[in-house]
Write a new protein. Structure first.
Length: 668
């Protein structure tokens, strides 16, 4: 009954809390150093004043921090807390009727109307005396003295608790009752007996900054040899690292580095028949010599891999490793754990299939296997093995074809012990499936960006990713191309098409990547008309690349990454805002840093063939740009400076010379 009685006296309502994902079922995402802004609708019946506080803690610390929340408008309140460590944080909200604040608010009105009475001050004295009972010793004495003053029992001039013989004047009483020092002191000890607490503790996962801002470069180790025809090694990859650093990337991503199956090995151009010497697909993982915890012998030994990872770290590059949970027919798992794979009526194992496509060189795991607990543990151990070798970023292949419960368990288990680890979901599938994977714990996600070519669809999609609740759990990673994706725009648009997609990916997204050297060398020939597969794809054969080709986009890629690395505005997604320009072939948008000191305006010509022009219209007031005088913009791609005046300014872009501007707005 006591519990029911207490609950019945909790009058404050708390609802509409943000951030939260699916009612608190999943954690929202932030990175180290972020300020987490929390909002909620908080209100009560009647006209009493209320107060609210935000409680937060790092899970496992045992210590909660409390900060007051501030009223915004329309019963909306806000508060914040900073996340300075990796891991999970929890937060909740408390709200309560603030009787002292209600009394003070009404007293000020009565004083203004000169209708205040002795009883009004006695009521306040009771609230102050109650606060004294909750206060520390020194503050308790001060509050008790103040209560005595409000009752007319103490001399405010002495303020040491002496009994005064004469009643204080009305002006003195009013002055002491409304003293801001009293106001602050009482609120230091709020009456929370009937405080309402939000229904559940909400979670925040705090990742490394690399989760928010990263520039990925994908390369195939077997194609890094300096001379044509030779299989590349980790030593060759190590020699390639200064080139990648020069380009300005901070993540170097390797496709699977494991032994490649021999049974049903694919030949060049995905030929189902291979010849002696054909390399096969790195995603057909496993052979007699080992599986997911082994290294392809042609690449070198484990010590060579360790040397490569260390060399990358010395250049401030993070190595990302591909994890593909599937097995070639001759993977040891197939022999040792046949129940982990689905058997067909004829006794053979079901290979991967996406009719009419067949992938006889790959067996998918059966997540309905009766031996699923052992399989889950083994797959988790693959991540742990490579974490032990210094890998903290994993690009996970086709996670949408594996069971959702597995990912929630595996990622949760791993990040509990290794909160520094990041997971990129390579899932080009239905939106709700992609979003579910992000909610389950994937740190970043591939997006539909490669196929968003037109202005309207680009604005609509990027607005969804950056300005709706999706952003609380889904971190987009925009890719210009991948070994599987050579979009028609790149096939037919010439060099300008590559420049356009680079500018868009690198400035629309704080996380982006390219598959190189195919991208900077503008590889654009498909295996056949209507296909997005490359002719002579590296997925099935060794390629040799001339990195010093004079037509390479290498200088542009390096310049764009240098701009990203030196401008905080381009290192976040949430500040993205699109701006009007009356030309469907020109896309215009701004980003700015959290402290608003760095403002970048990007204008891109979406037409790779023709000059396009128009007037950019900016909301000067919203962007803190002076409205009463000209302002300068600096093109960070060329160094050119322009003087702009007013909200509308002319731009013209000829793709033969430049497909875009990255303009730093100098606000004076």
């Amino acid at each position: 009954m006591a519990t029911i009685e207490l609950a019945g006296r909790k009058r404050v309502v708390i609802e509409g809390i943000t951030p939260q994902v699916d009612g608190g079922r999943f954690a929202a995402k932030r990175t180290v150093g972020d300020l987490v802004l929390v909002e909620a609708d908080i209100f009560t019946d009647g006209h009493d004043a209320i107060a609210a506080s935000l409680l937060s803690h790092r899970e496992g610390s045992g210590q909660w921090s409390e900060t007051p929340m501030q009223f915004l408008d329309n019963d909306r309140w806000t508060g914040s807390f900073q996340v300075d460590e990796l891991g999970r944080y929890g937060f909740k909200i408390q709200g309560w009727v603030d009787h002292f604040e209600t009394w003070r608010r009404d007293l000020l009105k009565r004083i203004a109307a000169e209708t205040d009475t002795d009883v009004d001050y006695m009521i306040g004295a009771d609230f102050v005396a109650e606060a004294a009972e909750r206060a520390s010793a020194s503050d308790a004495r001060r509050l008790s003295q103040w209560a005595a003053i409000l009752r007319g029992e103490a001399d405010p001039k002495a303020f040491v608790g002496k009994i005064a013989g004469a009643k204080i004047t009305v002006d003195e009483l009013r002055l002491h009752a409304t003293d801001t020092a009293l106001h602050e002191l009482v609120h230091r000890y709020p009456d929370k007996r009937f405080a309402t607490e939000s229904d559940r503790e909400l979670a925040i996962v705090v990742d490394p900054v690399r989760a928010r801002f990263s520039s990925w470069y994908e390369l195939f180790p077997r194609s890094t040899a300096e001379e044509p025809g030779r299989h590349g090694t980790f030593a060759d990859c190590e020699k390639r690292l200064p080139y990648i650093e020069e380009l300005g990337f901070n993540v170097v991503y390797l496709p699977p580095i494991h032994p490649i199956g021999r049974s049903f090995r694919k030949g060049p151009n995905n030929n189902p028949l291979s010849a002696p010497g054909d390399q096969g697909s790195p995603w057909a993982i496993g052979a007699a010599e080992g599986g997911h915890k082994s290294i392809l012998a042609q690449l070198g030994a484990l010590e060579d891999f360790r040397s490569f990872v260390a060399a990358a770290k010395n250049l401030d590059l993070t190595v990302a490793l591909d994890i593909a949970f599937q097995a070639a027919p001759d993977h040891p798992y197939v022999r040792e754990h046949r129940s982990w794979f689905r058997a067909r009526p004829d006794g053979t194992i079901q290979y991967a299939e996406n009719p009419p496509k067949k992938y006889q060189d790959i067996y998918p795991f059966d997540f309905e296997s009766s031996d699923w607990p052992a399989m889950w543990e083994e797959l988790k151990s693959v991540f742990l093995y490579w974490i032990g070798e210094g890998i903290t970023i994993f690009r996970v292949d086709n996670p949408h074809t594996k069971a959702f419960p597995f990912w929630e368990w595996a990622i949760g288990e791993i990040k509990r012990e290794h909160p520094e680890v990041l997971f990129l979901a390579e899932a080009f599938t239905r939106p709700k499936v992609m979003y579910r994977l992000a909610k389950l714990g994937f740190s970043q996600s591939y997006t539909y960006f490669p196929w968003r070519i037109r202005k309207a669809e680009t604005i609509e999609y990027l607005t969804e990713l950056t300005q709706t609740p999706v952003r609380e759990f889904f971190r987009p990673n925009q890719w210009t191309n991948t070994p599987d994706i050579l979009i028609e725009f790149l096939q037919t648009g010439g060099p300008a098409a590559f420049a356009i997609r680079l500018l868009l990916a690198a400035t629309l997204g704080a996380n982006y990547g390219i598959y190189g050297p195919a991208f900077e060398l503008m590889e654009h020939t498909p295996i056949k008309a209507g296909s997005e597969e490359y002719l002579d794809s590296e997925k099935y054969q060794i390629r040799h690349w001339d990195l010093d080709r004079p037509d390479s986009l290498r200088p542009l890629v390096a310049r764009v990454n240098a701009i990203r690395n030196s401008n905080p505005a381009l290192q976040n997604d949430w500040s993205l805002r699109f701006h009007a320009i009356p030309n469907d072939q020109l896309l215009c948008y701004t980003k700015e840093s959290g402290d608003r000191s760095n403002l970048i305006l990007t204008v891109v010509n979406l037409d790779p063939k023709n000059t396009q022009s128009g007037f950019v219209t900016l909301p000067l007031y919203d962007l803190l740009i002076p409205e009463d005088r000209p302002f300068e913009v600096e093109d960070l791609l060329t160094g050119a400076r322009y003087t702009w005046n007013g909200p509308a300014n002319y731009v013209e872009l000829n793709p033969a010379r430049a497909s875009g501007h990255i303009l730093k707005i100098l606000r004076g």
